[in-house]
Structure formats: structure tokens, C-alpha cells
Design a protein around this ligand. Structure first.
Ligand code: DUC
Ligand code: ZN
Ligand code: ZN
Ligand code: ZN
Length: 485
């Protein structure tokens, strides 16, 4: 088998920085040490050799708000590799009443185009005996151990508290982890209607309809429900201090709760929505919306302190034409922004180069922590012999100005347009295959493989049946006081 050696660089892991070469064979790391040789050499002089990024939160070719997100597993995973990300975890999203297994089949079909490895979370978009039963197959046979719940998008994806509690309990039995999109969907619906009635229909009203209290309340509610169900909880796109505070408090009390800021919320703020150009503002409409600087500071502090563990993108890209579905009514602007290609360079530029986080913390929050939380470590996220050779050779001196004109994503703009980043991949390797050389993508559709993720041993409980779950609990009393005398 032909071998490769990445030579002359500095290895950076979540906890160590040291000079070493890295040897790869059969798609795996086979040796790490000084003076290695192999059939092919990749020059890493002046570079850092790090585990490739993992984006735990993408929506590729997802049916949503009357359309499909514009990046599919082809353009989406090319974008990932161009920015040093070597794996994505995408959300399989059943439509109302669609079975989980049918939705999974759709995602299986779409993902055959992937250029890098991928896994899935399963969304719980409705609740019933069929979903309850299928969850077992999803976890035990399909290798998916995370279930997403939308607390917003009333009338579409939103689940009620009783459904969420039942689903969380089912997760506990199966050794799976629930995830939540934490926004109070009832309040959002009410505020949206009020804003529209007042004639406030532009993209800025999207942000007014989703204040930080909406997110703080839902985050806290989900944490308490998870605690009662006896499961850990993963809170996606944590964007504000109120939500961060709830996560911090829970962790301090010994609850296993994880928080995931997005690179967009860390680096872009609410002033984007007051741009006089409708397209500019609408292109940045996502949920939760961008916040003010004080909330950004809270998120950065959380990454440094460890109260927030992960940086993701929620990559859900729509073209300008798609965004214009919401001209005259902000509630019809498809929610979502891109970021897959820019997450790592933006986080390096605004995090490492500014001293907010260290290089080792960068590896932790873009890769290693994610692999551990999603139960795929050390196959992924590790610089260890035997781990998959998903690697990035990072040139800290390389710069570029982000522009839609040169991106892999299929959309016609970039929310980071014009920002100059310093720190970019020289090489990106996916299971030993070189997929990026100095900014040039070497695509191979279908190279990506599905990564199975096992249940979490820490939470498995005895399985119940639907009947047991729904049966009222009754106490047999021996003493009943007499009445009427
Ligand atoms: N938020 C978005 O902005 N897009 C996709 C789904 C979501 O929760
Ligand atoms: Zn969401
Ligand atoms: Zn603009
Ligand atoms: Zn999302």
C-alpha cells in the first residue's frame, strides 16, 4: 500500500503542540514522529498539522420553508474541504407524518455525492407510536445516536413539551442524546404576527421577532426537561448570553449539557439587519438572528472557559432569489446562512490571531470535542495512530479575502464577503486522500463514507413499550379517608 508522509510541520492537537512528521497508509495515521519517510511527501514547512475540522451542524439539500437549501452534498462537502473541514454531520428531516426510516433513505441517497465523510442526526418533527418504535432501529441498526427537536417553527417542525419529554425519555432508554433548536415558537409566532400587523415586514423584523429571551427561556426549559428525562442535552446554535447562562448553570450543577455557538454569531452582529439594502439584510436572516456585541463577547468567553464546547455553522444556504420569497413578508424569507468553507479560517483569524482562544482550543472546538460529544472519537477528531487520516495542514501566514466569486458553495453571495482571513489550509486530507492543495480543490464525488455512531454507554436504560410510556401511573392506596360525615 502506498504511503504518504506530511513532513516538516508542527503537530497541534487539542492538548499538545510538538514538532513531528505524520505518516499515512490505507487512509489511517500509522506513525507520528521525527524523520519519517514514505512513498509520497507533503511539505508542511511553516505549517501546523491538525485533525481536520468536523462541522456537527449542516443542512444540505434540505426541504425547508417552501424550497430546498441550495448546497447539496456535492457543493457542500467541497466547501467543507476547501476550508479544512473533513466531516459534516447533517440533519435528516422527516416531513410531517413521514417515517424516520423513509427520511433516512432520502438522506442516504443525497449523500452519495459527498467528497468527505459524513454522519446524520435524526430530527423528531412529529410524535407517535411509529416514531417511538423507529427510534430503536435508528439507534441500534442505523448508527445514529442524536435526535434533534425544534422548539420553534410553529405549525411546521415544532414539537410540544409533552412530545419533547416523551422523546427525551426514549433517548434515555436507547443511549441516544437529544438536541434542541431552542427558541420559544409560540412567542415568535405571536411577535411575528404583531410586527406584520404593524406594517413591519422587512428582514430587520425577523430579528425583532426573536429576542434573546425567546432563546434563553427555551434553552432553560429544554435543560430542565432533559434533566427530568435523565439524558444529556446538546443545544444547537447558542447565540446569546441568556442561553449561555442556562447552559453554564446546568453544567455547574453537574448536568451534562453542551452548547454550540456558530461562527456567524461569533463574528457578525445585528447591525447587518439595518443595512438599507434589502438583499443584504435578507441574506443574513437565520434563526436565531445575529445579536449585539455583548452577546458575542459572552460566546467567546464561553469557548475560552469551556462552558461552550463547539463551533459549528448551521450551514443552510439559500440564493438571493430564494431569499426574495420573503419580499413584503419577513416570515417567508428562508431562514439560513452559509459558513462551511469559512468556519475554520474565520475562527482562526478572529479567535487564535486575536488571542481569544489558543491553537489547541481551536482544535478542540472545531474537531476533537465534537468527535467526543458525537461519540466517534478517536476514529475522528484525533491525531493518534489508528485514527482516520482526516487532516489539515494549516498555513498560519496564508491570507485571502473572502468572496462569493471564488467559493465552492452554490449560492451567489457570502455573508463574510470582503473579510480578510489569515490562516488557511495548505492541504486538506480526507482518509488519506489529498482533496485540497493550496486553495485548489481535487474533488472526488462519492469518496465520502457514512460514519456510524454507537449509543452512549452512560445513559442506556431498560426499554419500555409505547403502552408503558403512555399508561397513567396510579398509586394503590390502602388508606382512603371517609367523606361526608
Ligand atoms: N435555522 C436556520 O436559520 N436555518 C435552518 C434551520 C434553523 O434552525
Ligand atoms: Zn436550528
Ligand atoms: Zn450588501
Ligand atoms: Zn440547523
Amino acid at each position: 500500500m502506498a504511503s504518504k508522509v506530511i513532513k516538516g510541520g508542527t503537530v497541534v492537537t487539542a492538548d499538545l503542540t510538538y514538532k513531528a512528521d505524520v505518516k499515512i497508509e490505507g487512509g489511517k495515521i500509522v506513525e507520528i514522529g521525527p524523520n519519517l519517510s514514505g512513498d509520497e511527501t507533503l511539505d508542511a514547512t511553516g505549517c501546523y498539522i491538525m485533525p481536520g475540522g468536523i462541522d456537527p451542524h449542516t443542512h444540505l439539500e434540505m426541504p425547508f420553508m417552501g424550497t430546498y437549501s441550495a448546497d447539496n452534498f456535492d457543493s457542500g462537502t467541497r466547501a467543507a474541504l476547501a476550508g479544512g473541514t473533513t466531516m459534516v454531520v447533517d440533519f435528516a428531516l422527516p416531513s410531517p407524518d413521514q417515517s424516520l426510516l423513509e427520511a433516512l433513505q432520502m438522506w442516504d441517497n443525497k449523500s452519495s455525492m459527498a467528497h468527505c465523510d459524513y454522519s446524520f442526526h435524526m430530527a423528531i418533527t412529529w410524535w407517535g407510536e411509529k416514531v417511538f418504535n423507529e427510534m430503536e432501529t435508528i439507534v441500534r441498526e442505523k448508527g445514529i445516536n442524536t435526535f434533534k427537536h425544534f422548539m420553534a417553527y410553529k405549525g411546521a417542525l415544532m414539537v410540544q413539551d409533552d412530545e419533547m419529554y416523551a422523546s427525551f425519555k426514549r433517548c434515555a432508554e436507547l443511549g441516544a442524546m437529544p438536541m434542541v433548536h431552542a427558541e420559544n415558537g409560540d412567542v415568535v409566532a405571536d411577535l411575528s404576527a404583531q410586527l406584520l400587523a404593524e406594517g413591519n415586514n422587512g428582514p430587520e423584523a425577523h430579528a425583532y421577532s426573536r429576542p434573546t429571551q425567546v432563546e434563553g427561556e427555551a434553552t432553560n426549559r429544554a435543560i430542565m426537561i432533559a434533566d427530568m428525562a435523565g439524558v444529556p442535552l446538546y443545544v444547537v446554535h447558542t447565540s446569546c448570553e441568556e442561553a449561555h447562562e442556562a447552559i453554564r448553570r446546568a453544567r455547574q450543577a453537574g448536568k451534562r449539557v453542551f452548547g454550540e455557538p456558530l461562527i456567524q454569531h461569533l463574528t457578525l452582529d445585528e447591525s447587518e439587519y439595518s443595512n438599507p439594502d434589502w438583499d443584504h439584510a435578507a441574506r443574513r436572516v437565520m434563526s436565531p438572528p445575529f445579536r449585539n456585541k455583548a452577546h458575542q463577547d459572552s460566546l467567546w468567553a464561553g469557548l475560552a472557559a469551556g462552558s461552550l464546547q463547539v463551533v459549528a455553522t448551521d450551514h443552510c444556504a439559500f440564493t438571493t432569489d430564494q431569499k426574495r420569497f420573503g419580499l413584503g413578508d419577513f416570515t417567508k424569507i428562508p431562514n439560513g446562512t452559509g459558513g462551511l468553507e469559512d468556519r475554520m479560517p474565520m475562527l482562526w483569524t478572529y479567535g487564535v490571531n486575536t488571542g481569544r482562544i489558543t491553537m489547541n482550543e481551536f482544535v478542540a472546538v472545531t474537531s476533537t470535542n465534537i468527535a467526543k460529544i458525537m461519540n466517534m472519537y478517536p476514529k475522528k477528531g484525533a491525531m493518534l495512530v489508528g485514527a482516520d487520516a482526516d487532516l489539515v495542514v494549516w498555513d498560519p501566514e496564508k491570507t485571502k479575502t473572502i468572496s462569493a466569486a471564488s467559493q465552492q458553495s452554490a449560492i451567489d453571495y457570502n455573508v463574510f464577503e470582503g473579510k480578510t482571513v489569515k490562516g488557511l489550509p495548505r492541504f486538506t486530507l480526507t482518509r488519506g486522500r489529498v482533496a485540497l492543495v493550496d486553495g485548489e480543490i481535487k474533488p472526488q464525488q462519492g469518496h465520502g463514507e457514512f460514519v456510524k455512531r454507537e449509543p452512549y454507554p452512560a445513559v442506556s436504560k431498560a426499554l419500555s413499550t409505547w403502552k408503558e410510556l403512555t399508561a397513567p401511573r396510579k398509586v394503590e392506596r390502602t388508606g382512603i379517608p371517609a367523606t361526608g360525615v
